[in-house]
Design a protein around this ligand. Structure first.
Ligand SMILES: COc1ccc(OC)c(-c2cc(C(C)=O)n3cccnc23)c1
Length: 121
């Protein structure tokens, strides 16, 4: 039986995974959990140049792509802004994105990221 390689998470990966879990709790409808497709959102891939979703963020944490929590914050902001660009202001998706962005910016506020960075230095 080949033993599945149990890879330890680095302190940064632990911290980023925890941040994503906290952010995802602000998306109870899971509108931001999976990548958008042109099937559910016609023309999405032509309008949105940098697609982003929580699944992609988790993949980037797993592949040690992020070197700081600030890089995660950039992707989070892009994800919310994409939804506010593609979806008209009166849609549930635009409103959900604006609300998610506001609550996410509190979770990812600079002082918290600063102290997080210090704690894993
Ligand atoms: C109605 O249930 C779902 C389920 C998953 C979704 O995206 C992963 C979405 C969804 C998420 C979005 C976003 C985030 O723009 N969206 C835009 C247009 C039509 N659907 C969506 C909706």
């Amino acid at each position: 039986l080949n033993k599945v390689e149990e890879k330890e998470l680095t302190p940064l990966q632990e911290a980023l995974s925890q941040l994503i879990r906290r952010l995802q709790r602000k998306d109870p409808s899971a509108f931001f959990s999976f990548p958008m497709t042109d099937l559910i959102a016609p023309g999405y891939s032509t309008i949105i140049k940098r697609p982003m979703d929580f699944g992609a963020m988790k993949e980037k944490v797993k592949n040690e792509y992020y070197e700081s929590p600030e890089e995660l914050k950039v992707d989070f902001r892009i994800m919310c802004e994409n939804a506010m660009i593609y979806n008209k202001p009166e849609t549930i998706y635009h409103k959900a994105a604006r609300k998610l962005l506001l609550s996410g910016m509190k979770i990812l506020r600079p002082e918290r990221l600063e102290s997080l960075r210090q704690s894993i230095e």
